[in-house]
Design a protein around this ligand. Structure first.
Ligand SMILES: Nc1ncnc2c1ncn2[C@@H]1O[C@H](COP(=O)(O)OP(=O)(O)OP(=O)(O)O)[C@@H](O)[C@H]1O
Length: 363
Protein backbone atom coordinates (compact mmCIF):
# COMPACT_ATOMS: atom_id res chain seq x y z
CA UNK A 1 0.00 0.00 0.00
CA UNK A 2 1.02 3.58 -0.43
CA UNK A 3 -0.42 7.02 0.32
CA UNK A 4 0.16 10.68 -0.29
CA UNK A 5 1.07 13.00 2.55
CA UNK A 6 0.21 16.63 3.08
CA UNK A 7 1.74 18.85 5.74
CA UNK A 8 0.17 22.27 6.15
CA UNK A 9 1.79 25.13 8.07
CA UNK A 10 3.37 22.83 10.64
CA UNK A 11 5.11 24.65 13.49
CA UNK A 12 6.69 23.06 16.55
CA UNK A 13 7.81 25.17 19.47
CA UNK A 14 9.85 23.74 22.37
CA UNK A 15 9.74 26.38 25.12
CA UNK A 16 10.94 29.50 23.34
CA UNK A 17 12.63 27.56 20.53
CA UNK A 18 11.01 27.13 17.11
CA UNK A 19 12.24 23.71 15.93
CA UNK A 20 9.85 23.80 12.97
CA UNK A 21 8.59 27.04 11.51
CA UNK A 22 5.52 27.04 9.26
CA UNK A 23 6.44 24.08 7.08
CA UNK A 24 4.15 22.99 4.24
CA UNK A 25 4.94 20.05 1.99
CA UNK A 26 3.03 17.74 -0.35
CA UNK A 27 4.38 14.24 -0.96
CA UNK A 28 2.93 12.06 -3.72
CA UNK A 29 1.99 8.43 -3.11
CA UNK A 30 4.97 6.20 -3.91
CA UNK A 31 7.51 9.00 -3.78
CA UNK A 32 10.95 8.64 -2.18
CA UNK A 33 11.39 11.93 -0.30
CA UNK A 34 14.59 12.85 1.53
CA UNK A 35 14.62 15.49 4.26
CA UNK A 36 18.13 16.93 4.07
CA UNK A 37 19.80 19.50 6.29
CA UNK A 38 22.40 20.12 8.97
CA UNK A 39 22.11 18.91 12.53
CA UNK A 40 19.33 20.67 14.39
CA UNK A 41 17.47 21.95 11.32
CA UNK A 42 14.24 20.17 12.29
CA UNK A 43 14.33 17.03 10.10
CA UNK A 44 13.65 14.60 12.91
CA UNK A 45 10.99 16.87 14.35
CA UNK A 46 9.18 16.87 11.00
CA UNK A 47 9.52 13.08 10.68
CA UNK A 48 8.21 12.65 14.24
CA UNK A 49 5.22 14.81 13.42
CA UNK A 50 4.48 12.53 10.45
CA UNK A 51 4.82 9.45 12.65
CA UNK A 52 2.69 10.94 15.43
CA UNK A 53 5.43 10.91 18.08
CA UNK A 54 5.31 14.70 18.29
CA UNK A 55 2.18 16.82 17.95
CA UNK A 56 2.69 20.06 16.05
CA UNK A 57 2.10 23.26 18.04
CA UNK A 58 0.03 24.36 15.06
CA UNK A 59 -0.63 23.10 11.55
CA UNK A 60 -1.98 19.84 10.17
CA UNK A 61 -0.85 16.50 8.75
CA UNK A 62 -2.95 14.34 6.48
CA UNK A 63 -2.11 10.93 5.06
CA UNK A 64 -4.09 9.36 2.24
CA UNK A 65 -6.56 12.24 2.51
CA UNK A 66 -7.27 11.62 6.22
CA UNK A 67 -6.45 14.16 8.90
CA UNK A 68 -3.83 12.55 11.17
CA UNK A 69 -2.79 15.58 13.20
CA UNK A 70 -4.00 14.20 16.53
CA UNK A 71 -3.94 10.46 15.75
CA UNK A 72 -1.60 8.26 17.83
CA UNK A 73 1.38 6.54 16.12
CA UNK A 74 -0.19 3.08 16.40
CA UNK A 75 -3.33 4.22 14.59
CA UNK A 76 -1.45 5.78 11.68
CA UNK A 77 -0.64 3.95 8.43
CA UNK A 78 3.03 4.74 9.06
CA UNK A 79 6.01 2.76 10.36
CA UNK A 80 9.21 4.38 11.59
CA UNK A 81 12.63 2.81 11.14
CA UNK A 82 15.26 4.27 13.43
CA UNK A 83 19.05 4.18 13.19
CA UNK A 84 19.35 1.76 16.14
CA UNK A 85 17.11 -0.77 14.46
CA UNK A 86 16.89 -2.94 17.64
CA UNK A 87 16.14 -6.43 16.38
CA UNK A 88 15.13 -9.05 18.94
CA UNK A 89 18.40 -10.92 19.66
CA UNK A 90 16.77 -14.20 20.71
CA UNK A 91 14.55 -14.47 17.62
CA UNK A 92 15.53 -15.82 14.22
CA UNK A 93 15.19 -13.52 11.20
CA UNK A 94 11.86 -15.04 10.19
CA UNK A 95 10.38 -14.27 13.61
CA UNK A 96 11.93 -10.82 13.75
CA UNK A 97 10.33 -9.94 10.43
CA UNK A 98 7.02 -11.58 11.40
CA UNK A 99 6.85 -9.96 14.85
CA UNK A 100 4.50 -7.10 13.95
CA UNK A 101 2.23 -9.53 12.11
CA UNK A 102 2.04 -11.80 15.15
CA UNK A 103 1.07 -8.77 17.26
CA UNK A 104 -1.73 -8.17 14.79
CA UNK A 105 -2.95 -11.73 15.23
CA UNK A 106 -1.93 -13.13 11.86
CA UNK A 107 -1.76 -16.95 11.79
CA UNK A 108 1.52 -18.83 11.58
CA UNK A 109 1.33 -20.07 8.00
CA UNK A 110 0.44 -16.70 6.56
CA UNK A 111 2.97 -14.94 8.78
CA UNK A 112 5.82 -17.23 7.78
CA UNK A 113 4.97 -16.87 4.11
CA UNK A 114 5.00 -13.10 4.37
CA UNK A 115 8.24 -13.09 6.40
CA UNK A 116 9.91 -15.32 3.81
CA UNK A 117 8.80 -13.17 0.91
CA UNK A 118 10.15 -10.05 2.63
CA UNK A 119 13.43 -11.76 3.47
CA UNK A 120 13.52 -12.66 -0.21
CA UNK A 121 13.03 -9.00 -1.10
CA UNK A 122 16.07 -7.98 0.96
CA UNK A 123 18.17 -10.96 -0.21
CA UNK A 124 18.22 -12.85 3.11
CA UNK A 125 15.78 -15.69 2.56
CA UNK A 126 18.55 -18.29 2.90
CA UNK A 127 19.46 -16.86 6.33
CA UNK A 128 15.94 -16.89 7.77
CA UNK A 129 16.86 -19.27 10.61
CA UNK A 130 19.83 -17.17 11.74
CA UNK A 131 19.86 -14.87 14.74
CA UNK A 132 20.74 -11.16 14.37
CA UNK A 133 24.19 -11.57 15.99
CA UNK A 134 25.20 -13.87 13.13
CA UNK A 135 24.72 -11.05 10.62
CA UNK A 136 26.80 -8.09 9.43
CA UNK A 137 25.63 -4.50 10.07
CA UNK A 138 24.29 -4.18 6.54
CA UNK A 139 22.40 -7.47 6.80
CA UNK A 140 20.83 -6.42 10.11
CA UNK A 141 19.78 -3.21 8.43
CA UNK A 142 18.05 -5.21 5.70
CA UNK A 143 16.19 -7.30 8.27
CA UNK A 144 15.02 -4.11 9.98
CA UNK A 145 13.74 -2.87 6.63
CA UNK A 146 11.92 -6.14 5.98
CA UNK A 147 10.38 -5.96 9.46
CA UNK A 148 9.24 -2.38 8.91
CA UNK A 149 7.65 -3.29 5.56
CA UNK A 150 5.99 -6.46 6.89
CA UNK A 151 3.05 -4.56 8.39
CA UNK A 152 2.34 -2.93 5.00
CA UNK A 153 2.69 0.71 6.01
CA UNK A 154 1.36 3.26 3.53
CA UNK A 155 4.29 5.48 4.48
CA UNK A 156 7.68 4.34 5.78
CA UNK A 157 9.56 6.92 7.84
CA UNK A 158 13.33 6.39 8.02
CA UNK A 159 15.48 8.36 10.49
CA UNK A 160 19.15 8.20 9.41
CA UNK A 161 18.79 4.42 8.91
CA UNK A 162 22.23 4.08 7.34
CA UNK A 163 24.00 6.33 9.85
CA UNK A 164 25.75 3.50 11.70
CA UNK A 165 27.21 1.85 8.59
CA UNK A 166 30.68 2.45 7.20
CA UNK A 167 30.93 4.48 4.02
CA UNK A 168 31.25 1.63 1.51
CA UNK A 169 28.36 -0.33 2.97
CA UNK A 170 26.36 2.84 3.24
CA UNK A 171 26.71 3.51 -0.50
CA UNK A 172 25.74 -0.08 -1.29
CA UNK A 173 22.70 0.06 1.01
CA UNK A 174 21.58 3.32 -0.59
CA UNK A 175 21.32 1.59 -3.96
CA UNK A 176 19.46 -1.33 -2.39
CA UNK A 177 17.09 0.90 -0.47
CA UNK A 178 16.19 2.78 -3.62
CA UNK A 179 15.66 -0.43 -5.61
CA UNK A 180 13.48 -1.94 -2.85
CA UNK A 181 11.42 1.24 -2.55
CA UNK A 182 10.73 1.19 -6.28
CA UNK A 183 9.72 -2.47 -6.09
CA UNK A 184 7.30 -2.12 -3.16
CA UNK A 185 6.00 1.34 -4.16
CA UNK A 186 5.52 2.48 -0.56
CA UNK A 187 5.96 6.21 0.13
CA UNK A 188 9.36 6.66 1.83
CA UNK A 189 10.32 9.72 3.87
CA UNK A 190 14.01 9.48 4.75
CA UNK A 191 16.06 11.80 6.97
CA UNK A 192 19.77 12.41 6.39
CA UNK A 193 22.40 15.15 6.69
CA UNK A 194 24.47 13.54 3.90
CA UNK A 195 23.89 15.30 0.58
CA UNK A 196 25.44 12.47 -1.45
CA UNK A 197 23.05 10.03 0.18
CA UNK A 198 20.14 12.33 -0.62
CA UNK A 199 21.18 12.52 -4.28
CA UNK A 200 21.67 8.75 -4.48
CA UNK A 201 18.20 7.80 -3.29
CA UNK A 202 15.68 10.63 -3.55
CA UNK A 203 12.99 11.26 -6.11
CA UNK A 204 12.78 14.70 -4.50
CA UNK A 205 14.92 16.33 -1.84
CA UNK A 206 13.59 18.76 0.77
CA UNK A 207 16.44 21.02 1.93
CA UNK A 208 15.83 22.27 5.48
CA UNK A 209 17.55 24.95 7.53
CA UNK A 210 16.64 26.44 10.91
CA UNK A 211 13.21 24.83 11.02
CA UNK A 212 12.22 25.95 7.54
CA UNK A 213 12.15 24.48 4.04
CA UNK A 214 14.73 26.22 1.86
CA UNK A 215 14.27 24.27 -1.34
CA UNK A 216 12.34 21.33 -2.80
CA UNK A 217 13.11 19.49 -6.02
CA UNK A 218 14.74 16.59 -7.79
CA UNK A 219 18.45 16.07 -7.05
CA UNK A 220 19.28 17.55 -10.48
CA UNK A 221 17.03 20.59 -10.14
CA UNK A 222 18.32 21.44 -6.67
CA UNK A 223 21.92 21.08 -7.81
CA UNK A 224 21.52 22.97 -11.09
CA UNK A 225 18.88 25.51 -10.08
CA UNK A 226 19.11 25.99 -6.30
CA UNK A 227 16.62 28.48 -4.96
CA UNK A 228 18.56 29.81 -2.01
CA UNK A 229 22.16 30.44 -1.03
CA UNK A 230 21.86 27.87 1.72
CA UNK A 231 20.51 25.21 -0.64
CA UNK A 232 23.25 25.92 -3.21
CA UNK A 233 25.97 25.69 -0.57
CA UNK A 234 24.60 22.60 1.13
CA UNK A 235 24.15 20.59 -2.09
CA UNK A 236 27.72 20.31 -3.28
CA UNK A 237 30.34 22.96 -3.77
CA UNK A 238 29.52 26.43 -5.07
CA UNK A 239 31.25 29.76 -5.65
CA UNK A 240 29.28 32.79 -4.53
CA UNK A 241 30.06 36.07 -6.25
CA UNK A 242 28.36 39.20 -4.90
CA UNK A 243 27.03 41.35 -7.74
CA UNK A 244 24.81 44.32 -8.52
CA UNK A 245 22.30 44.55 -11.34
CA UNK A 246 23.37 47.47 -13.56
CA UNK A 247 20.68 47.38 -16.21
CA UNK A 248 17.82 45.20 -17.34
CA UNK A 249 16.29 44.61 -20.75
CA UNK A 250 13.39 42.34 -21.71
CA UNK A 251 15.36 39.10 -21.74
CA UNK A 252 18.62 39.84 -20.01
CA UNK A 253 20.35 41.89 -17.38
CA UNK A 254 23.84 43.24 -17.00
CA UNK A 255 25.38 42.48 -13.65
CA UNK A 256 28.62 43.77 -12.19
CA UNK A 257 30.92 41.73 -10.00
CA UNK A 258 34.36 42.61 -8.63
CA UNK A 259 35.73 41.04 -11.82
CA UNK A 260 33.75 43.13 -14.29
CA UNK A 261 30.40 43.33 -16.05
CA UNK A 262 28.58 40.48 -17.74
CA UNK A 263 25.21 40.16 -19.50
CA UNK A 264 23.10 37.25 -18.25
CA UNK A 265 19.88 35.84 -19.70
CA UNK A 266 16.65 36.21 -17.73
CA UNK A 267 16.64 32.41 -17.30
CA UNK A 268 19.69 32.70 -15.00
CA UNK A 269 17.57 34.56 -12.43
CA UNK A 270 15.73 31.88 -10.44
CA UNK A 271 13.30 34.29 -8.81
CA UNK A 272 12.71 36.26 -12.04
CA UNK A 273 14.72 39.12 -13.49
CA UNK A 274 15.98 41.37 -10.68
CA UNK A 275 15.58 45.15 -10.92
CA UNK A 276 18.41 47.57 -11.68
CA UNK A 277 20.32 48.48 -8.52
CA UNK A 278 19.48 45.22 -6.81
CA UNK A 279 22.17 43.29 -4.95
CA UNK A 280 22.34 39.68 -6.11
CA UNK A 281 24.68 36.72 -5.75
CA UNK A 282 25.98 34.64 -8.65
CA UNK A 283 26.15 30.97 -7.76
CA UNK A 284 28.65 29.03 -9.87
CA UNK A 285 29.49 25.34 -9.60
CA UNK A 286 33.25 24.75 -9.89
CA UNK A 287 32.88 22.31 -12.78
CA UNK A 288 31.06 24.86 -14.91
CA UNK A 289 34.17 26.89 -15.70
CA UNK A 290 35.40 26.19 -19.23
CA UNK A 291 39.01 26.97 -19.77
CA UNK A 292 39.96 27.92 -23.33
CA UNK A 293 37.91 27.27 -26.46
CA UNK A 294 34.56 25.60 -26.24
CA UNK A 295 32.08 24.65 -28.91
CA UNK A 296 29.19 26.27 -27.04
CA UNK A 297 28.57 30.01 -26.52
CA UNK A 298 30.08 31.24 -23.27
CA UNK A 299 30.50 34.45 -21.30
CA UNK A 300 33.58 35.53 -19.38
CA UNK A 301 33.40 36.82 -15.83
CA UNK A 302 36.95 38.13 -16.08
CA UNK A 303 40.42 36.72 -15.64
CA UNK A 304 42.04 34.99 -12.69
CA UNK A 305 45.30 33.32 -11.76
CA UNK A 306 45.68 29.72 -10.57
CA UNK A 307 47.09 29.74 -7.02
CA UNK A 308 46.74 26.05 -6.22
CA UNK A 309 45.79 22.79 -7.93
CA UNK A 310 45.17 19.19 -6.91
CA UNK A 311 44.33 16.19 -9.08
CA UNK A 312 41.18 14.27 -8.11
CA UNK A 313 41.08 11.60 -10.81
CA UNK A 314 37.99 12.90 -12.58
CA UNK A 315 39.22 16.52 -12.56
CA UNK A 316 41.78 19.04 -11.29
CA UNK A 317 40.52 21.14 -8.40
CA UNK A 318 42.05 24.61 -8.76
CA UNK A 319 42.06 27.65 -6.53
CA UNK A 320 41.84 30.81 -8.55
CA UNK A 321 42.49 34.37 -7.38
CA UNK A 322 40.77 37.12 -9.32
CA UNK A 323 40.77 40.74 -8.22
CA UNK A 324 40.72 39.92 -4.53
CA UNK A 325 38.10 37.20 -5.03
CA UNK A 326 38.96 33.58 -4.41
CA UNK A 327 37.21 30.94 -6.54
CA UNK A 328 37.30 27.18 -6.98
CA UNK A 329 37.33 25.77 -10.52
CA UNK A 330 37.34 22.15 -11.60
CA UNK A 331 39.28 21.72 -14.81
CA UNK A 332 39.14 18.63 -17.05
CA UNK A 333 41.28 15.61 -16.25
CA UNK A 334 43.14 16.18 -19.54
CA UNK A 335 44.22 19.74 -18.61
CA UNK A 336 47.56 20.41 -17.03
CA UNK A 337 46.94 23.45 -14.83
CA UNK A 338 50.05 25.34 -13.74
CA UNK A 339 50.33 27.47 -10.62
CA UNK A 340 50.55 31.11 -11.66
CA UNK A 341 48.88 30.50 -15.03
CA UNK A 342 46.16 32.89 -16.11
CA UNK A 343 42.64 31.54 -16.46
CA UNK A 344 39.78 32.99 -18.46
CA UNK A 345 36.78 32.58 -16.14
CA UNK A 346 34.51 31.55 -18.95
CA UNK A 347 31.30 29.56 -18.68
CA UNK A 348 27.92 28.99 -20.29
CA UNK A 349 25.66 31.87 -19.26
CA UNK A 350 22.84 29.50 -18.36
CA UNK A 351 25.02 27.56 -15.94
CA UNK A 352 25.15 30.66 -13.72
CA UNK A 353 22.38 30.90 -11.14
CA UNK A 354 21.52 34.39 -9.94
CA UNK A 355 20.03 34.48 -6.46
CA UNK A 356 18.58 37.53 -4.84
CA UNK A 357 20.38 38.15 -1.57
CA UNK A 358 18.53 36.69 1.36
CA UNK A 359 16.64 34.38 -1.02
CA UNK A 360 14.70 32.03 1.20
CA UNK A 361 11.67 29.85 0.83
CA UNK A 362 10.20 29.50 -2.62
CA UNK A 363 7.07 27.29 -3.04
N1 LIG B 1 11.97 17.64 23.01
C1 LIG B 1 12.70 18.73 22.72
N2 LIG B 1 12.85 19.74 23.60
C2 LIG B 1 13.59 20.83 23.30
N3 LIG B 1 14.22 21.02 22.12
C3 LIG B 1 14.12 20.06 21.20
C4 LIG B 1 13.37 18.86 21.45
N4 LIG B 1 13.46 18.08 20.33
C5 LIG B 1 14.24 18.75 19.47
N5 LIG B 1 14.63 19.94 19.99
C6 LIG B 1 15.47 20.93 19.29
O1 LIG B 1 14.89 21.22 18.07
C7 LIG B 1 15.90 21.37 17.05
C8 LIG B 1 15.61 20.45 15.90
O2 LIG B 1 15.80 19.11 16.32
P1 LIG B 1 15.71 17.90 15.31
O3 LIG B 1 15.99 16.65 16.06
O4 LIG B 1 14.46 17.97 14.53
O5 LIG B 1 16.94 18.23 14.33
P2 LIG B 1 17.57 17.34 13.19
O6 LIG B 1 17.59 18.20 11.98
O7 LIG B 1 16.89 16.04 13.09
O8 LIG B 1 19.04 17.18 13.72
P3 LIG B 1 19.95 15.87 13.83
O9 LIG B 1 20.44 15.60 12.45
O10 LIG B 1 21.03 16.33 14.75
O11 LIG B 1 19.09 14.79 14.39
C9 LIG B 1 17.22 21.09 17.74
O12 LIG B 1 17.86 22.31 18.02
C10 LIG B 1 16.84 20.36 18.99
O13 LIG B 1 17.76 20.67 20.03
Amino acid sequence: MTADVSIRNATKVFGAFRALDDVSLDIAAGEFIVLLGPSGCGKTTLLSILGGFIEPTSGTVSIGGHDMTHVSPAKRPTTTMFQDYALFPHMCLRDNVGFGLRMRGMGKAERYEKAFSLLDLVGLRASSAKKPHELSGGQRQRVALARALAVDPDVLLLDEPLGALDLKLRRQMQDELKAIQKRVGTTFVHVTHDQEEAMAIADRIVVMNKGRIEDVGTPASIYMRPRSLFSAGFMGEANFLPAKVRGTAANEAEVETALGRVALPASAFVAGLAATGRDVTLCIRPEHFRNGNTDVPTVSLGRGRITGSAFFGTHHRCHVAADGTSLTAHLPQTDNPQIGAELDLRLKADSIVVLQDGAGVVE
